[in-house]
Design a protein around this ligand. Structure first.
Ligand SMILES: [Zn+2]
Length: 267
């Protein structure tokens, strides 16, 4: 793929806490950032409620200590108090990670008695996966309701992201058209278009990844790596993922890099 990683030679120009999931957003753009974890759009106008930001900070510090259970409880209470499309979506993404964590804790090395512990992990992983799906569906409904009220196309972005996470590609195409025709913020539309083209393996996806990289959104390199991996260009995939992770902490990219290295070991 013809995409320069030169931008990543520098340090990100902007760094702040995501207003929806609390992780650190790093951007090569002065005016906005797209979260490396939940992919929500944040700019100067994104409400940074102090109390909310404090709770999200606590959620992140619990995750960094692998205390997913306490983090989930805290995030759940936050969503109960702020029942919007955006927070339900972000909590859905959290549950996807929690599900990965439980599956990842399976241990097949202990000679005796591991079956019971492993099946508990698998059940927990499945439960968090189902919770994530339910939250994405709820986010879609809330997003529609918010759009009916505000007529602000940006509220449809959480719906679009939820549809992509649920792999509802046809539905996401309709939402992308809504984002485009109802004039959502241009970076939101460009990013959503990239996600849609990558999800459908469209031939224009490479071009769109390059366009989003030029906007100063480092996440574009994750999608570049993913497209390369999908085409079995593992060397290029690893190059993009490694360059990205050298600058930005991105959960999905770490997961992808593990997959790429496993595939390389098999070949
Ligand atoms: Zn976020």
């Amino acid at each position: 793929m013809d995409l320069s990683t030169k931008m990543l030679d520098k340090s990100p120009t902007t760094q702040f806490r995501c207003g929806y999931c609390g992780s650190t957003v790093q951007s090569y753009n002065q005016s906005f950032g797209i979260c490396q974890f939940c992919e929500m759009y944040n700019d100067n106008a994104t409400k940074q409620d102090k109390e909310l930001s404090g709770v999200l900070g606590q959620v992140n510090s619990l995750v960094s200590r692998s205390d997913f259970d306490a983090a989930a409880k805290l995030f759940e209470s936050l969503v109960a108090n702020h029942n919007s499309a955006e927070y339900n979506y972000a909590f859905g993404v959290f549950n996807q990670m929690y599900s990965d964590h439980e599956y990842g804790m399976r241990d097949y090395t202990t000679p005796n008695g591991y079956m019971e512990a492993n099946s508990a992990r698998i059940n927990a992983g499945n439960a968090h996966f189902s919770t994530a799906k339910a939250l994405f569906f709820k986010s879609i409904l809330l997003s529609d309701a918010a759009y009916q009220q505000s007529k602000d196309a940006n509220v449809l972005y959480a719906k679009f992201l939820s549809q992509i996470r649920l792999r509802k590609v046809l539905d996401s195409k309709a939402t992308l058209s809504e984002l485009e025709s109802a004039s959502a913020t241009s970076a939101v539309t460009e990013y959503a278009r990239m996600l849609y083209l990558c999800a459908t393996s469209d031939k224009k996806s490479e071009q769109q990844v390059a366009k989003v990289a030029l906007l100063g959104v480092p996440n574009a390199f994750y999608y570049a790596a993913d497209l390369c991996a999908e085409r079995s260009k593992l060397g290029d995939a690893k190059r993009f993922a490694t360059a990205l992770l050298g600058k930005v902490d991105m959960y999905a990219a770490k997961k992808l890099l593990i997959g790429i290295e496993r595939a390389q070991a098999i070949i």
